[in-house]
Ligand binder design. Structure first.
Ligand code: NAP
Length: 338
């Protein structure tokens, strides 16, 4: 368990990745009380440094013996590293906030979005899981609606940026775009098809039921976070040629009828949400506007005229911030408060 201190020794595991980089920036931005920041990655990053509060911090190679003395470790180096190293870190007395999918559905590990279920932090045993990026931005919006009108069913389609796959995928989109515009041959290494000027209805691997693992994550994680397995959810997740920011079309059926104005009012009062909904002025959330921002943006709020008690909305957020690094730092902030 975390001992109360004025300042903490904090580690970022996977510090050279797109999420890790953002974690370091957010720890600085939010002035997290840090006595010493330690940064870890693979041997490939040996010799690299990352800037934190005007100082170049060396990147160290991750190993089993590195965790001694570390109070809080933010893990973002892939599921295999989390599975192996998180229990080792916990044994040395460190609290781990894990950004991978390794521990999310473990019944002994809380899966937390601070605006939605901060109470679940109370029962952690050393590891706290950070949900999937597309789940986080959706549950922030579902929670106030569920509280007010009880959600019965959700139908979601996502439009997810390539930064959700990491740095190499961002490079792939950049190179493919440039190659196509220069009439060169397109090569795909990260995705099974060309991502530039294309949309891929395929995120993570396919499961036996025809859904992808990303779609399963959205369903299972949402139920765990909202703590209500009576909610029916179906998801289609799509990778689009956007560098940063995930968008989602969400259809929500509630037990009690809510008018679009009631939904607007509920969401306007909820933490972490900005309602941006003036279509008559061409104003609705866009990934380019959400990039670098902390909030979840909601627009296109309207009644679903094809059925009863249903609302359609459009949800956009920066997947590297609220969808990953910011949510992890917010969890760490909650931990040091309690
Ligand atoms: N991108 C997102 O929006 C997002 C959202 C939610 C969750 N996540 C999860 O966050 C994690 C990182 O994602 P990312 O997008 O930041 O990926 P990334 O840009 O590819 O970065 C991966 C990081 O992991 C490190 N790493 C890889 N293998 C390692 C090893 N054997 N030992 C130590 N470090 C190792 C890399 O270090 P080197 O630079 O040395 O290779 C790098 O720092 C993944 O688990 C991902 O599923 C990502």
């Amino acid at each position: 368990m975390l001992k109360k201190k004025d300042k903490y020794i904090v580690a970022v595991v996977g510090a050279t990745g797109v999420v890790g980089n953002e974690m370091v920036a957010i720890l600085e931005e939010r002035n997290f009380p840090i006595e010493r920041l330690r940064l870890f990655a693979s041997e490939r990053s040996e010799g690299k440094t990352i800037e934190f509060k005007g100082k170049a911090i060396p990147v160290e190679i991750l190993g089993e013996k590195v965790f001694k003395g570390i109070d809080i470790a933010l893990f973002s180096a892939g599921g295999d590293r989390s599975l192996h190293f998180a229990p080792i870190a916990v044994k040395t007395g460190c609290v781990v906030v894990d950004n991978s999918s390794a521990w999310r559905m473990d019944s002994g590990v809380p899966l937390v979005v601070p605006e939605v279920n901060p109470q679940d932090l109370k029962w952690h045993k050393g590891i706290i899981a950070n949900p999937n990026c597309s789940t986080i931005q959706m549950v922030v919006v579902l929670k106030p609606i569920h509280n007010a009108a009880r959600i019965k069913r959700v139908v979601v389609t996502t439009f997810q940026s390539v930064s959700g796959t990491g740095k190499k995928a961002m490079d792939e989109l950049l190179h493919q775009t440039s190659d196509i515009l220069n009439f060169k041959k397109v090569r795909s290494n990260i995705y099974p098809h060309q991502i530039a000027f294309n949309c891929l209805p395929h995120i993570d691997k396919f499961m036996q039921d025809g859904y992808t693992k990303e779609e399963h994550k959205m369903v299972n994680e949402t139920i765990k976070i909202l703590g209500d397995n009576s909610i029916r959810i179906t998801a289609t997740t799509v990778r689009v040629p956007v560098f940063r920011g995930h968008s989602e079309s969400v259809n929500i059926e509630t037990e009690k009828k809510l008018s679009p104005n009631e939904v607007r009012a509920l969401l306007s009062d909820a933490p972490g949400i900005v309602v941006y909904d003036a279509p008559e002025k061409n104003l609705y959330p866009l990934p380019v506007d959400a990039t670098g921002r902390d909030e979840v943006y909601v627009g296109r709020i309207r009644e679903d005229n094809s059925t009863d008690n249903s609302t359609n909305l459009w949800v956009v957020s920066d997947n590297l911030r609220k969808g990953a690094a910011l949510n992890a730092v917010q969890i760490a902030e909650e931990l040091i408060k309690t």
